[in-house]
Structure formats: C-alpha cells, structure tokens
Design a protein around this ligand. Structure first.
Ligand code: NAD
Ligand code: TDX
Length: 333
C-alpha cells in the first residue's frame, strides 16, 4: 500500500476520532491530518494518544474558513479528504437550525471548492440514513436503499440532505471525484453524552432519570462505530467516484428496549425511566438495506450488538474522566 495523506475533518468528535484511530492503526505509514474547530462536540483529549504519533497532525480550523482550509490543504497536499465535520444532534437542530445550515451545507461547499481549486484527487462525504426520512413501524418489510428519495424530517437531516445534493451536483457538473456514505445510528467509545446510548449509560451510573421521548417505540438501526470506519476505509480505497453507499447492520431496536437493556447491564432499576415529551417531528423508524456495499465492496458488520453494547458500557466505566470532564465543562479549557 503506497503512503497516503488523509485529511479527516471533525476528527475530534465521536465517529471522526474513531476513524483517526482506525486508520493510524491499520495504515501505520499513512499521514492522518485532523481538521476540527472544536465546537462543544469536539474534545482534544479524545485525540491524546493520536497526538503522540508522528504521522498525526491536528489543526484547529473551521471547515467554513476558506483561507484557513486552503492554507492547510496546500501544506498537506492530501490524497483524500473525508468530511465528518458537522453539527450532528437532531434536538439542537430543532432549537437552533442556523449553525446546521452553515456548517453542514456551506462547510461542505467550502471544502469541495478548495479541493477543486487544488485538484485534490478524492473527497468523501460522511452522510446519514436520516436523509431518507423515516419508515412506518408496521412495515418491517421496508428498508432505505440508495435510490430511496430524500425526504428529511429535521433541520439536521435537511442540512445533511442539502450537503448530499451539493456533493452529487459537483460530481455531475465538475466531475468532482466524490463518494457518499449514509450510515445508520452508530454507538461506541467517545460518543458525546447528549446522544441516547451514552446519555442513558451515564445517567444510570449516576442514578439520574432516564428521559425516554414519547412512547419509546421509535426504532433505530444500531451499528458499532468501528464497522462504520471499516466501511469508509473500503469506500475511499476501492469505490468508483460518484457512488453512494448505505451502511447498516440490520440491527433494529426500539429506544425503550435499549434503555431497559442498559438498566439490566448496569444493575439499575427500570424505575429510573421517565417518559418525557416527544421530540418534534420525531422519526419513527430507520432501517438500512446494505446490499450494495456488501455486493460491491464485500462489507459486512463484524460486531454483534450484544458484544458492542458490552464493550461500550465497559468503555464508559473505564473512562470516567473523559465524560466527567464533559459534564463539568472542563474539557473545553
Ligand atoms: P460529533 O458531533 O460527535 O462530532 C462532530 C465534530 O465536528 C466535532 O469534533 C466538532 O468539533 C466538529 N465540527 C463541527 N463543526 C465544525 C466546523 N465548522 N469546522 C470544523 N469542525 C467542526 O458527530 P458524529 O456523531 O461523530 O458524526 C460525524 C459525522 O457522521 C457527521 O457528519 C454526522 O452527520 C455523520 N453521522 C453520524 C451518525 C451517528 O450515529 N452519530 C450516523 C450517521 C452519520
Ligand atoms: O434523551 C433522549 N431520549 C430519547 O428517547 C435522547 C437524546 C434521544 N432519545 C431518542 C430519540 C431517537 O429516537 O433516542 C433515539 C436516538 O436519539 P439520538 O441519540 O439523538 O440519535 P438520532 O436522533 O437517531 O440521530 C443519530 O443518528 C443518526 C445521530 O445523532 C445523527 O447524527 C445521525 O445522523
């Protein structure tokens, strides 16, 4: 494998940091450059081990900053740019959509424009299954495929769908060398404690209420984060440009079942569960058909949910300082 330089935007967040570690470990000869402006969701402590690696560089830069991104990309001359940087929390997009449009759409446009100007050979957009909207609970036969029409429900998913449209428009108009992956819900280490699984683990450990939205019957298709990283690795190395891949492991679970499972694993009473007001526009069910990435690139998930959730709970038990510093706000200093 020849030596490559890969720029990973959003690498101080949940999936981006897992991807940084995955790539440093799998390709010790590669140079991995993380670009992240460290919003509330970015945590430099997450990258502590990577920062010890001479093949890793961190740059605190905003993906919307054209000058900053151009300067960095000129210095690094990357072979591939993988864009994870985004505002990612649906609830925050409901109370404040503006930053979602700015980062997720304009940021993507800015990155692609710089890549075009500098003739960077490859760009990958990390998207989400939420761009397809939702599926009814009473039609378990339905799944999202890559040709399912975009039908976003929240300002977050609309901003991700807008970015996807721009990426495909750049591919068609300029032959921009891009690919897109649309993954289902991830879980695993370094997941920010505003999202369902880490929030429930941490609240349960602290004997605090476990807020379940609505009736708790909404279904998500959960994938261990490392399986997502492997899918992106396969796409950036083996896929043609202009392709879109759905990524998901056929692991549908209702929110209430996940929360009950976490209570059981931590030996906490289900009486901690509190049903609270539903999320506005709450998507009912997500379910991915991953046939294309399996047939074309040989991808299959490797971590079963029962093992992944145990590893994840163990990680939160072993890394209390990581999340306690987030709860106290210390991590931003
Ligand atoms: P995250 O919120 O944990 O991390 C986002 C990172 O991006 C943070 O480090 C943040 O500081 C950085 N960032 C935000 N705005 C930036 C900007 N303007 N410039 C530079 N950096 C910026 O998100 P995540 O859960 O790791 O998601 C990563 C990507 O994967 C997102 O694009 C998201 O839409 C997508 N995705 C997430 C999931 C999931 O289950 N979490 C599933 C499918 C797709
Ligand atoms: O306190 C909560 N209680 C609750 O019932 C929270 C935070 C969530 N929920 C529900 C809402 C969802 O049905 O749990 C489910 C999962 O919620 P989130 O963790 O906020 O994830 P979701 O909205 O499904 O979006 C995630 O997956 C797709 C990521 O945050 C997105 O970035 C990704 O694109």
């Amino acid at each position: 494998m020849s030596k490559k330089t890969i720029i990973v935007t959003g690498g101080a967040g949940f999936i981006g940091s897992n991807f940084v570690y995955y790539m440093l470990n799998k390709y010790p000869e590669y140079r991995i450059v993380c670009v992240d402006c460290l919003t509330y969701a970015g945590n430099l402590h997450t990258l502590n081990k990577a920062l010890e690696n001479p093949n890793f560089r961190f740059s605190k830069t905003n993906i919307c900053d054209k000058e900053g991104i151009t300067k960095l990309f000129k210095e690094e001359n990357p072979d591939i740019v993988v864009n994870f940087a985004a505002e990612s929390h649906v609830d925050r997009s409901i109370t404040g959509p503006e930053i979602f449009v700015k980062t997720n759409i304009s940021g993507t446009q800015n990155l692609m424009d710089v890549c075009r100007e500098l003739n960077i050979p490859r760009y990958h957009q990390v998207s989400t299954d939420e761009v397809y909207g939702d599926l009814p609970l009473d039609r378990p036969d339905l799944f999202f495929t890559e040709t399912t029409p975009l039908h976003a429900s929240s300002p977050y998913s609309a901003s991700k769908a807008g970015a996807d449209m721009l990426v495909m428009a750049y591919y068609r108009t300029y032959k921009f060398p891009a690919t897109i992956s649309r993954c289902s819900n991830n879980y695993g280490p370094y997941h920010f404690p505003e999202k369902l699984i880490p929030l429930m683990i941490i609240n349960a450990l602290n004997d605090k209420p476990l807020p379940v939205y609505g009736d708790g019957k909404n279904v998500r298709d959960w994938l261990y984060v490392e399986d997502h990283c492997r899918a992106i690795d396969l796409i950036i190395h083996n896929s043609k440009i202009g392709e879109i891949y759905n990524v998901g492991g056929h692991n549908e679970m209702s929110n209430i079942d996940i929360v009950k499972l976490i209570c059981k694993k931590l030996d906490k009473p289900e009486s901690l569960i509190e049903f609270v007001e539903d999320r506005k526009g709450h998507d009912r069910r997500y379910a991915i058909d991953p046939t294309k990435i399996h047939n074309e690139l040989g991808w299959l998930p490797e971590t079963k949910f029962k093992d992944g959730i145990e590893k994840t709970i163990e990680w939160y038990l072993d890394n209390k300082t990581w999340w306690e510093e987030i709860l106290s706000g210390e991590y931003q200093k």
